[in-house]
Each structure stands twice: as C-alpha cells, then as structure tokens.
Design a protein. Structure first.
Length: 87
C-alpha cells in the first residue's frame, strides 16, 4: 500500500472512530454496503474513484474537508482549481 493511501485510510478510520460510528452506520448513511466502506478504510478500494456524492457524504458525516479523505493528487489539484473558479 502506498504511503499516501495508508495516511488517508488511517485518517478516514480515525475520524470515524472519533465520532463513534460503525462501518455499518457509515455504509447505511452512504447507501453502500458496510463491506464497501470497509474497503475504503483498508485502501483496497480507492476513495478517489468513488462517486462524488459518496465522497461528499463521507466528508459531511465526519465533518472533514475533502483533502482529508482523498490522496489522489490529480483530484486534489482539480478541487483547488474548482475552488478558484467558484470564488
């Protein structure tokens, strides 16, 4: 597992545990199976490839910015560009 993915998955799990949510509760909130959410936390499924609405729901539920849960540099660069044009 790449270092960036490890950091993101550790942050994702840490934020969930801090708020005392189970993987099942996260999956229910997101409308996905708990097993899929678990794959995001383990890094076996890249969160950057998830639907935008899933990523946004995770950020909302955990109260974190998108760059806390995504490690894909191209996606983060696009997000920065998006922020610039929508100011």
């Amino acid at each position: 597992m790449r270092k960036g993915i490890y950091e993101v998955t550790t942050k994702l799990k840490g934020e969930r545990l801090k708020r005392k949510y189970t993987q099942r509760e996260m999956g229910d909130f997101l409308g996905i199976p708990a097993s899929v959410y678990s794959m995001y936390e383990q890094g076996s499924k890249k969160l950057a490839s998830a639907r935008l609405k899933t990523i946004l729901k995770i950020c909302i539920k955990l109260g974190v910015k998108m760059d806390r849960v995504i490690d894909d540099q191209e996606t983060l660069k696009l997000l920065d560009e998006y922020r610039k044009v929508t100011r």
